[in-house]
Every structure is written in structure tokens, then in C-alpha cells.
Design a protein around this ligand. Structure first.
Ligand SMILES: C[S@@+](CC[C@H](N)C(=O)[O-])C[C@H]1O[C@@H](n2cnc3c(N)ncnc32)[C@H](O)[C@@H]1O
Length: 324
């Protein structure tokens, strides 16, 4: 366990979580894969529908949703089984996570609005209880909703195009993302668990804004100088909000799906210990590099190569979807 502390460890969370000590984690904060085919790491099913494998002309050269050029219509059995496969994948790690958390500890899970319920059920089936679903409000939202009149015009259906003027194919601009807030059940009372494990209470004073207590609608965004390294990167400020809300200095925060290390950086800034796992070696290197920048010694870490930095530079990432 000491080898994991204040470190981003390369590897599969499903293999690494069992190596943690039981009852050792004060809080788990993780932006888990969403199961929406955002990238290779987000494909958590066996569906071999060609629309999901980047084969259609519409998908070539596109950066976001590489493996899903067409919507899932739910027509085939394989399409319908994707959510179930995602839930089974979540259960695999959530059930291993359960014994590692302290009684009363919080688990915050970022997810997609259309798949998070599956992760919640998997966490419940593993023993956790749902406390709330926070709404994280973003500054901007990527939105694509094609005008159906244009599609109909291209088919030569002039009357239909006129009839459907003003209508679009798609949903509303996704300006918020859900964060499921669960906790591990505890014996006796909440006060007993606060005294024994130092978890279960919320530090609203630490996150007050203009003297007002926080609500479960949380608006946070990237700092001006916050570089983008990951297509699903979260602002350090939203991680800081959750950490301040639920932990004390010196507490251990786990992020099993760490990406570019936003949770680790927030922990480092706030004096919390962190344990992060990440399966992609490039993101491990990026995390270590980001951590090296935010310590007192600002010399660049040697664990990240110039090629890796170039791969993830802000310009390259700027046209990539953030989360959804
Ligand atoms: C949504 S992203 C996290 C992004 C992160 N919040 C950030 O700010 O950069 C999820 C990450 O989980 C990683 N991942 C996927 N499967 C994993 C596994 N089995 N074990 C560890 N990491 C995994 C992916 O490589 C990806 O970087």
C-alpha cells in the first residue's frame, strides 16, 4: 500500500484495487469510463456493429466518439446489451472497491447522463447507498443537432422539409453532468462514524461562496491557464470542491480511473494523500508531469517525453469533445 500513496500507478484498476488495504480509503472520487464509446478506453462491450468500430466514412478523421458515427438505435440485441455489459463492468470494480472504503466514506462518480444509472445500480449491488446526484454545471457544452429539414431536402422531399422546418435530430445542449454521490453504510449512528473514521460529515464552510452555503448544483470550470491533456479531462476546481466537501487534510483519496491526474493534482494542492490508477501509460506520464508542475520544485519531470507533451498539447485537444 505505501507504494501506491501519493502516486499515479500504471495498470488496470480491476487488478490493482484488490491490492489496497481494507477499510483504508476516506473518499473515492473518479471520473470513470462512461461506456459511451468516447474512445478506445470507453468501449466496454462486445458489440461489433460496424457503426461502433470506426468503419463508416462519417467517422474517419473525427476526434470525438471515434467508435460511434451513428446513434445506437437499440434495434439489435447487441445494441440493447451494451448498457448491461457496462453495468457488469462497473460491478466488477465496485464490488472490489467496497471493502477498501472506510465505513461512512463517500464515493463520487462522474458519469454520462444516459449511462450513470447503470454505474449507480452496480455500486448499490456492491453494497454502497446512493446519497444524492450532484449537477455539475459547465461553462459551455458541445452540441450537435442536425436540422431535419436539411436531411429531407437532400432526399428531395421538399414538402416534408417545409413541414419539419425548425426541428432538429438530437438532444438539447448538455450543459450539466451528473456526479453520483454514494456512501458506504456504517454501524450505529452517523455521529459515531464521524468520530471514529472522520468521514460522513460535510464541510460546507470550506466551500461557501460569498457567505452562501453550497447547493447540489455546482458550477466550476477550467482555470484560464489550465492546459487540456485528456479528451474527458475535468477541471481541477470541481475535484477540489468534492475533496474539500468530504475530507480532512491527510485523508486518503482514491481515483482508480485517473486519466491525466486531475484528482491527484487537487489532492496535492489541498494536502490530501492520493492513490491513483490509470491503464494508459501516456496518461500516467502526463499525470506525473502535471504533478511535478504544481509542486514547489517546478522543473519538468523526466517521466514525460517531448513527444507525449506534443501529443496532448492544448491545440491538439481544443477541438476534442469534453466528456460528451
Ligand atoms: C474519463 S477518463 C478520466 C479523465 C480524468 N478525470 C482527467 O481529468 O483527466 C477515464 C480514464 O480511465 C482510464 N481507464 C479505463 N479503463 C481503465 C482500467 N481498467 N484501469 C485503469 N484505468 C482505466 C482511461 O484510460 C481514461 O484515461
Amino acid at each position: 500500500m505505501p507504494e501506491f500513496l501519493d502516486n499515479v500507478t500504471a495498470g488496470d484498476a480491476l487488478a490493482l484495487i484488490p491490492a489496497l488495504e481494507d477499510d483504508s480509503i476516506h473518499c473515492c472520487i473518479s471520473d470513470i469510463p462512461y461506456g459511451i464509446n468516447l474512445d478506445e478506453w470507453d468501449v466496454l462491450h462486445q458489440n461489433t456493429n460496424s457503426a461502433l468500430l470506426g468503419q463508416s466514412p462519417a467517422q474517419r478523421g473525427k476526434s470525438g466518439f471515434k467508435r460511434r458515427g451513428k446513434p445506437i438505435r437499440g434495434w439489435s440485441e447487441a445494441d440493447r446489451s451494451i448498457p448491461k455489459e457496462y453495468q457488469a463492468w462497473c460491478y466488477n470494480w465496485a464490488s472490489q472497491l467496497y471493502p477498501k472504503m472506510k465505513d461512512g466514506a463517500s464515493v463520487f462518480i462522474f458519469g454520462a447522463r444516459r449511462t450513470l444509472h447503470r454505474a449507480i445500480v452496480a455500486l448499490e449491488d456492491s453494497g454502497f447507498l446512493l446519497k444524492d446526484i450532484l449537477a455539475w454545471e459547465k461553462n459551455s457544452a458541445h452540441h450537435r443537432a442536425q436540422r431535419i429539414s436539411i436531411v429531407l431536402s437532400r432526399r428531395g422531399l421538399v414538402d416534408e422539409a417545409d413541414k419539419w422546418s425548425g426541428w432538429r435530430l438530437g438532444n438539447l445542449a448538455p450543459i450539466w453532468e451528473p456526479i453520483a454521490w454514494l456512501f458506504k453504510p456504517y454501524p450505529h449512528t452517523i455521529t459515531d462514524v464521524v468520530v471514529k473514521n472522520e468521514v460522513g460529515a460535510v464541510n460546507t464552510a470550506a466551500i461557501q461562496a460569498n457567505g452562501k452555503n453550497p447547493t447540489n448544483l455546482v458550477k466550476r470550470w477550467f482555470a484560464k491557464d489550465e492546459q487540456r491533456w485528456h479528451e474527458a479531462q475535468k477541471p481541477v476546481s470541481i475535484m477540489e470542491f468534492l475533496i474539500k466537501l468530504s475530507t480532512r487534510e491527510g485523508h486518503i483519496v482514491l481515483d482508480p480511473f485517473a486519466g491525466s491526474g486531475s484528482t491527484a493534482i487537487a489532492c496535492q494542492r489541498l494536502g490530501r494523500r492520493f492513490i491513483c490508477f490509470e491503464i494508459n501509460d501516456d496518461f500516467v506520464a502526463i499525470s506525473k508531469y502535471r504533478l511535478s508542475l504544481s509542486t514547489v520544485d517546478t522543473s519538468p519531470s523526466e517521466s514525460v517525453t517531448p513527444t507525449q507533451i506534443a501529443m496532448f498539447d492544448a491545440n491538439a485537444a481544443s477541438d476534442i469533445l469534453v466528456s460528451e
